[in-house]
Design a binder for this molecule. Structure first.
Ligand code: F3S
Length: 649
């Protein structure tokens, strides 16, 4: 077994700097306070305590003493208060965190700051405390979308910064979506290199390893993140120190397994060395026991040996195994789980009596005259060759999801198991990986380790390629006036977004129906299927404006066919403004009675004369067919009535 420690593990630059400053200050003053534990590592904080470093829960607790602001940083108010009450203020805020403080503090009052990160984490709270405008911490993309929709509706700008320890792949996924959907967001990549390097390093090691040991404080968020990343690829154990290791840790490992070690940014080098040393000791003890068992087994095997590749003829198919003949005195058995990598397949799905197959000997028992074999190992080796060729040609592969495992799913293709990490399945965090089981999926191969017989794939990548191709085709073929059957995805105050295939289009409220609408919710609900027509589109900004109004139902056509200037109509007042009142002549066509056309008398307050819902008689005095506007006049009618009364007299 091999133990490998990640190149980048343990104290980062910011933590090392904070610890050095704290130790120097403690040596100089005898006693110094830190605002909260300096780092999330009990071993380190205990040793600092012995050196005179005390932990203050608030600035007031350190009044009159030297106070150190730890690498996470704090908000501006806390900084100012500490400068007032402490004898000395020493700032160990990491320069990478300082950079985020600077970005957010420079934003104008009317903008919005989004911090991708955990709102309960002191670093994020400190960043919020430096913003002079609205600031929100978001972990999930739905939260980001909510803030950005609000920002877009109010016509404001937004900036997005990232907690230094945020998972880079999630940040990239969110950024891509933001760029696709919004144009008013400036994105700053503020993930700390130390964090991303450690994460990348740990990820690379975890892909090769069979077991990962992640060393660090239980409350350290960056160590927790490392453990989460590693667990996507192999068994991962989170430990604080070497004392938590025991021989049981080796369960499930074999003689050529790789054990990886990585550590959070707050883990000192000596703790990592202790873990490495203890692990070596456990392995050495175990190997001594195993070599004795191997020698014993070899002495029992005479003609067939483990690992030999043989031709076998299937002589019987049973529910749990296939019985085979090998041309020796032995009877061969291939258990179902060694026939195929698909846990859902039966023996008869894989072999039939008379089949001649290649298999590998896994165990020989000469005393009983039986041999156990594996067909799936041969298939898997052949499958690896095919998979490697597909990766080379950048082809998309197809396979069946056979099981959901910790951190992802297993897909079987060409007799080979392919691991798809959860983040690459396309299943949302709230979804269930189990729902994919037994489904046929398409995926891209992103990693092959032939020595370790390990393949990693991505359904998302294959889906993204298909989606990108569909989108490109969509933008090439879209035309104004084109009709789509769409589904209402979301409802906003200003309209609804409709899924029309590769993209969502916006139907503004005024384009939902020919009639007057209060709120889009009065007309449609999410999930409704509606017919829409393309009004305009912008392939650059990836925007499509749609209309749900049926041109055949255009009330204007009906209106101009039936009415003309001079006609007297009965109309219902539907709204009152400062300059006049709108009255509905027929559904979908409102006329304006300008304030000067309401009465022969001077009108100063329309509400004193007209009320919404009131029915009035008015004369059509103008029809603007260009702008679809009708002007009405009650005054004209009054004048006519007065004139005819005079004539009669
Ligand atoms: Fe600073 Fe990065 Fe460490 S932000 S504290 S160098 S993890």
């Amino acid at each position: 077994m091999l133990i490998e420690t990640a190149d980048k593990a343990g104290f980062c630059f910011g933590v090392e700097r904070a610890i050095k400053l704290t130790e120097q200050t403690a040596d100089e003053y005898g006693e110094v306070y830190t605002l909260g534990p300096l780092i999330h590592n009990k071993i380190v904080t205990d040793s600092l305590e012995k050196r005179g470093v005390r932990i203050a829960d608030s600035v007031e607790q350190a009044a009159g003493k030297p106070l150190i602001i730890r690498s996470h940083g704090v908000g501006r108010n806390t900084e100012n208060r500490a400068a007032e009450v402490c004898s000395e203020l020493l700032d160990a805020t990491c320069p990478f965190v300082k950079r985020i403080h600077k970005i957010v503090s420079e934003q104008p009052e009317n903008s919005t700051v989004i911090i991708l990160g955990n709102g309960d984490h002191p670093e994020v709270q400190g960043i919020i405390g430096h913003a002079g405008c609205k600031a929100y911490a978001c972990m999930e993309f739905d939260e980001v979308r909510r803030v950005l929709d609000e920002c877009r509706a109010s016509g404001g700008n937004a900036v997005l910064v990232v907690q230094t320890t945020f998972d880079r792949s999630r940040f990239l996924e969110y950024s891509e979506k933001i760029r696709e959907e919004y144009c008013c967001v400036k994105i700053y990549d503020t993930i700390c290199n130390a964090t991303s390097e450690r994460q990348k390093n740990a990820e690379e090691l975890a892909m090769r390893a069979d077991l990962m040991l992640v060393v660090g404080g239980r409350h350290s968020s960056n160590t927790g993140k490392l453990a989460e990343i590693c667990s996507r690829y192999c068994r991962t154990v989170f430990i604080e120190s070497a004392s938590e290791l025991s021989p049981q840790i080796l369960e499930g490992l074999h003689s050529d397994s790789i054990i990886g070690i990585t550590a959070g940014a707050s883990t000192p080098a000596y703790t990592i060395k202790e873990v490495h040393f203890k692990m070596s000791e456990i392995i050495t003890n175990n190997e001594n026991e195993e070599s004795f068992a191997a020698l014993f087994e070899q002495s029992e095997s005479k003609r067939l040996y483990n690992g030999a590749k043989v031709k076998a003829t299937v002589v019987s198919v049973k529910p749990n195994e296939a019985v085979v003949e090998l041309g020796t005195k032995h009877t061969g058995y291939i258990p179902l789980e060694e026939l195929t990598n698909d846990p859902n397949a039966s023996v008869s799905d894989v072999v039939s009596v008379g089949d001649v197959i290649d298999a590998i000997v896994t165990k020989v028992d000469d005393s009983q005259g039986v041999v156990f074999l594996s067909k799936k190992r041969v298939d898997s080796a052949l499958g690896m060759e095919k998979i490697a060729a597909s990766k080379e040609a950048n082809e998309t592969l197809e396979g069946v999801v056979t099981q959901a495992v910790k951190g992802g799913v297993i897909v079987v293709t060409n007799g080979t198991r392919v691991f798809i990490p959860a983040s690459q399945t396309g299943v949302p965090r709230s979804g269930k990986l189990e729902d994919l089981v037994k489904k046929t999926v398409q995926f891209k191969v992103i990693e092959i380790n032939e020595q370790r017989n390990r393949v990693v794939g991505s359904i998302r990548q294959a889906t993204r390629e298909v989606r990108d191709a569909e989108r490109a085709k969509f933008w090439e073929s879209i035309e104004v006036g084109q009709k789509f059957e769409g589904e209402v995805r979301s409802i906003e105050d200003y309209g609804v977004f409709v899924d029309i295939g590769p993209v969502d289009g916006l139907v503004r409220t005024s384009e939902l129906t020919w009639n007057r609408v209060g709120h889009p919710k009065d007309i449609v609900k999410e999930g409704d299927k509606i017919t829409v027509i393309v009004k305009s589109f912008d392939p650059e900004k990836k925007r499509v404006s749609l209309s749900a109004k049926d041109p055949d139902e255009n009330p204007w056509t009906k209106f101009v066919e039936e009415y003309q200037i001079g006609d007297v109509v009965k109309a219902t007042i539907v709204s009152i403004t400062e300059f006049g009142a709108f009255a509905q002549i027929i559904p979908g066509v409102d006329g304006l009675i300008h304030i000067s056309q309401i009465s022969t008398e001077r009108v100063t307050n329309i509400a004193n004369v007209l009320t919404v819902g009131q029915e009035v008689e008015a004369k059509i005095i103008d029809i603007d067919t260009e702008k679809n506007r009708v002007s009405l006049s009650i005054k004209a009618l009054m004048e006519e009535t007065a004139e005819s009364a005079e004539t009669e007299e």
